[in-house]
Design a protein around this ligand. Sequence first.
Ligand code: ZN
Length: 151
Amino acid sequence: MQDLTDLYQSVILDHNRRPRNYKVLPTANRVGTGNNPLCGDEVTVYVELDGDRIKDLSFQGSGCAISQASASLMTLNLKGKTVDEAEAIYADIHKLVTTGKVDEDNFSDLAALAGVHQFPARIKCATLSWHAALNAAKGDAKPATTEAPGD
Ligand code: ZN
């Protein structure tokens, strides 16, 4: 049996230490939140949706290395995708973290999450931000939080 050090591969450690797109997105018109009480992970995902395309997205949150690294990877991998494409990527991610099987055509840095499948309690940590992003992208429009009201 592999130990936790295999799970915390360098990609995950790097993204946990220096999360990408960790900010409030001023242009966001959708916001999604998620929390995983079993582990204490919390995430807020900000999405700028342009038609059915995720033009830009960002996140903020706190929690374990898996949850934060997965959120960081999520922002890099969903930016520019349509909602349908994002759902397809999420389906692959879910398969990855539950089976450890990597579809080599689709994955690069995301394969770092494959080790999660050995630790079923951590699957939610890995999928939390993806759920939040998809819920945001498919949900009702919300006014951008930092935008001043129009005239
Ligand atoms: Zn966690």
